[in-house]
Design a protein around this ligand. Structure first.
Ligand code: DAH
Length: 371
């Protein structure tokens, strides 16, 4: 018996050491350690041996199996190493080459700009106030001093919605019938409010913020997505972000508005930035203005981006209309405030010379990777 094991051992090791490529190793393993190998058969046949011989034979077969496994592992490691050495020598592997960089994700340019704007306002002591995308007709219009049929409504073409997602798509069609216990997993805001719509601007957030904080003083910015039922063109999208701002308190004046917004512009576009205010009209502010910054591309001398004007329009603003203060729960005889609204996409377009707003939703990596 011992002789048989020795023969197997010698033959197996000789075959192993003759192997010079990794492919041969698998065949060797099948032949010498697989189910039909001599060692496996010897182990399987132990039961047929006379009882006195079994322990010794078992020990010997197990020892041989272990020995062959270790020899296999050692030979495999040696082959790998010599292969590496050979390819290093042949120059096939150049360890001085830089590694392949892992592709890095990034924030969308609109999000980056939105966050930069909010971070500046936060440094200036404004709280971030989150407000909802689905609004009532009242908050989006009436309470902002825009009655039905007012001509100013033309500024905001509106997506009216009594349905944001249907019950069917959110539940039934996903195999969650009514009264199924799984519904407990998703507590639902039902929006059947008649006259609900997708906010056309972030200004309705002013009403929510005021109603939450009145009569305390307020300094908030409200970032978020807005929606307009419009033709999509290089200059207008149906979805875009706005950052709204609102300050309410005693003794807030137009000079506070000018100073605060100019300070923002300098933090955003550079310490030397000049601003100018032009009279404008918004129903929810009186007086109203638009703020321009001196063109940061040409420094005011005139270029294609500022259309030779030397100035870029950045935001709308004004003193909160007394009716709006009242709608928010503040007595306009005691309190005043200023408000403003700007579009991060528009600011990014000016800053980076982006000619077409449709790139923002185009999902073209060649565009997105530039930022
Ligand atoms: N809501 C305006 C718009 O969508 C922007 C705006 C203008 C907001 C003036 C304001 C403001 O708060 O005072 O065009």
């Amino acid at each position: 018996m011992e002789q048989d094991f020795s023969k197997v051992e010698q033959a197996a090791l000789a075959a192993l050491h003759a192997i010079d490529a990794e492919a041969g190793l698998r065949a060797w393993q099948a032949a010498w350690l697989g189910k039909r190998s001599a060692v496996a058969l010897a182990l399987a046949g132990l039961g047929q041996l006379p009882a006195a011989e079994r322990p010794l034979a078992g020990q010997r077969a197990n020892a041989l199996r272990l020995q062959l496994e270790q020899a296999h592992a050692a030979h495999a490691a040696a082959l790998r190493e010599s292969g590496l050495a050979a390819s290093l020598q042949a120059g096939a592997l150049d360890v001085t080459l830089p590694g392949r960089p892992a592709a890095r994700g990034r924030l969308h340019i609109a999000t980056q700009t939105l966050r930069q704007i909010c971070a500046i306002w936060a440094q200036m002591g404004f709280q971030i106030y989150r407000s909802r995308d689905v609004e009532t007709e009242a908050c989006n219009f009436e309470l902002l001093n825009i009655p039905p049929h007012h001509p100013a409504r033309d500024m905001w073409d509106t997506f009216h919605t009594t349905i944001v997602e249907t019950e069917a798509c959110n539940f039934e069609l996903l195999n969650i019938p009514p009264h199924h216990p799984a519904r407990d997993m998703w507590d639902t805001f039902h929006t059947t409010t008649s006259g609900s719509l997708l906010r056309t601007h972030t200004s309705p957030g002013q009403i929510h913020a005021m109603r939450e904080y009145a009569p305390e003083p307020i300094r908030v910015v409200l970032p978020g997505m807005c929606y307009r039922y419009e033709q999509i063109t290089p200059r207008s999208e149906i979805q875009f972000n706005q950052v709204e701002g609102l300050a309410v308190g005693r003794g807030i004046r137009f000079t506070d508005l000018k100073g605060t917004l100019t300070d923002f512009a300098r933090r955003m576009f550079g310490a030397q930035t000049r601003t100018r205010f032009r009279a404008s009209y918004f129903p929810f502010t009186e007086p109203s203005a638009e703020m321009d910054v001196e063109c940061f591309l040409c420094g005011g001398s005139g270029c294609v981006v500022c259309k030779q004007a030397g100035w870029l329009e950045i935001l709308g603003c004004g003193m909160v209309h007394p009716k709006v203060l009242q709608n928010g729960g503040y007595d306009p005889a005691e309190y005043t405030g200023f408000a403003f609204g700007m579009g991060p996409e528009r600011i990014a377009m000016l800053k980076y010379g982006i000619k077409d707003i449709r790139y923002f939703w185009g999902n073209d990596l060649r565009f997105l990777q530039q930022f």
